[in-house]
Design a protein around this ligand. Sequence first.
Ligand code: ADP
Ligand code: MG
Length: 693
Amino acid sequence: MRPENLFPLFAPVSSLRGVGPRVAPLLERVAGPRVRDVLFLAPQGLIHRHRTTVADARHGEVEALEVTIESHHPPGRQGLPWKIRAFDDTGFVNLVYFKGHGPHLQARHPAGARRIVSGRIDRESSWSTLDIVHPDYLAPVERADDVPTFEAVYPATAGLPSRVIRRFAAEALARAPELAEWQDAAWLAKNAWPTWREALQSLHNPGREADLSPAAAHRRRLAFDELLAHQLALGERRHLQRRGGGPTIDAPAGGDRAASALPFSLTGAQRRAVEAIRADIQSGERMSRLLQGDVGSGKTAVALIAMADTAEAGWQAALMAPTELLARQHFEAIEPALSHAGFRCVLLTGRHKGASRSERLEALASGEAHVAVGTHALFQDDVSFRRLGLAVIDEQHRFGVSERLRLQAKGDGTHLLAMSATPIPRTLELTVFGDLDVSRLDEKPPGRTPVETRAVPIARQPDVVARLRAAVGAGAQAFWICPLVAESEAADLAAAESRAAALMRVFGDRVGLVHGRLAPAERDATMARYLSGELSVLVATTVVEVGVDVPAATIMVIEQAERFGLAQLHQLRGRVGRGSAASSCILIYEPPLSEIARTRLDVLRRTDDGFVIAERDLELRGGGDPLGLAQSGFPAYVLADPIAHRDLIAAAADDARMVLARDPELTSPRGQALRSLRALFDWRADGEISSAG
Ligand code: ADP
Ligand code: MG
């Protein structure tokens, strides 16, 4: 499968010269386990070894001087350095060695020898002369080329300095073969990009600061390669999945009957999502669709209709939620409509034991129950369906790929509808969910009053409590969120506990506390008391049950709001304002606010559209892990920067789609070359992609 000429790049890093048992684990930590990973390790900085004279050398800078060795000065007593005195036409310089073998230095650099020396200049340590402590280079003038004018700086680690990594990178580069061009010739010419090998050459040999920029031609080319490899892998997976086929479900009468039992009519966005799903499940191909929409955008109703269609066509559907409480809420929300449409729905969670469990299992196995709603309990081994046609995964990022696959495997070609309340900016959608079709609910159900959002400095927290007291006295319910940010979870918990205790002094036993360390049953119990109205204030770390619907809650207080990301603040705020009563969100912050934090709070005050917010959040961040996407299956790119290179994402996706449409088996000359590209990045083996087929 992997072309032979790539074998050297897939050898372990220990195959590089000088990488022994001590260095290998360090290098693996910095780059990765294979030679390829060292080849793809991008330098982060650049040292310019500026050639100058003793007189002109600048303090604190790295300079290179051409000097003549004058004399060696052994340390007078232990602990003092060995010094070499050298000079040029303009003055003297001391080369200072605290470590190293003096006699050896003397033999290698005898008096009268002419040398290029380079290192950081120190004009302050001794009174009248220039020092270089532990020069980076001391090379004979004939070998001046050994002292690079520009030197790439790599992300180093203790015991593995950048200079050593640089040597390994050079060797990895030497092992990189010339490969047949896999990029489209016209595209390459239009961008004036170098070849793959030239690009790598430039990557490791930057000649100026601009070469380190993601905008440099060689960086863009390498980024595009990586994005293209990823899009190809996603595209192939998608083809395979579709071609596998799925049940043909063409029974909209079922969904229509269920919809007619809902106390509202669908929004335009919900209707469009239903249409897209129906087109998928009627096609005979297998559906893999993601339904994206803010908290409260009405994803459940869309799932309900898809499930009712499925039941009407004689298949079963399963809806899986991450918690007991959510599963129960879903069951209560959809069971009446399903039953009105003539379908039987069962709830199955870890709570069901003994007879109640076996009854439910029996109903699913016999096909007597059309729809199952539940938790992780649904994919356990003893659960079987007579004819599972559709799996719906709510809050999909809370499940692992394997958990979802276990549920889907209970049917044959089971359609997938994944739901997510984390809005992903459109530009990034292709990289996160490139193997899924996406529907967006970008329209809120009517009748919501926008949440009034205010930012308040911490000094005014007592006012917040006083107003909360008045509101609670009038029957309101509030969330109070404490951030998880301290060095230790224990410290965060202590903070949340003391906040709860402080609020209890004001509100008595109408305060509850939920956090991640709580046993699920305890958490559910507290949430249930809050839902029932028994509790007025729910203090929570950020774990407030995703998606839980508490229509009565109208106040959201977020402590240390400046510590949260924009997307996260938006998610938290989304938990209020779900009923028709006016709601408010109070962001308590600790001044002074950074410019970015101020902008973030501002954005939040101005809009409550999750997609707009996600897009703004992306702009506000320089790079790294935008929106904490790593958790939602965001691929770990090494050469592409999803923000700096976002204009390339769509181009790579288009290119991959075009290639796969024309040459699905990759047999054309370009297809053959693309196989090398794919093998080089090895997405199948290394990257968990959001939807495995
Ligand atoms: P999500 O799962 O997307 O967070 P839900 O499906 O739980 O949102 O819906 C949130 C609330 O909005 C529910 O109470 C639901 O009954 C209501 N709802 C859904 N669709 C509509 C609609 N088209 N019109 C009015 N209310 C709706
Ligand atoms: Mg939901």
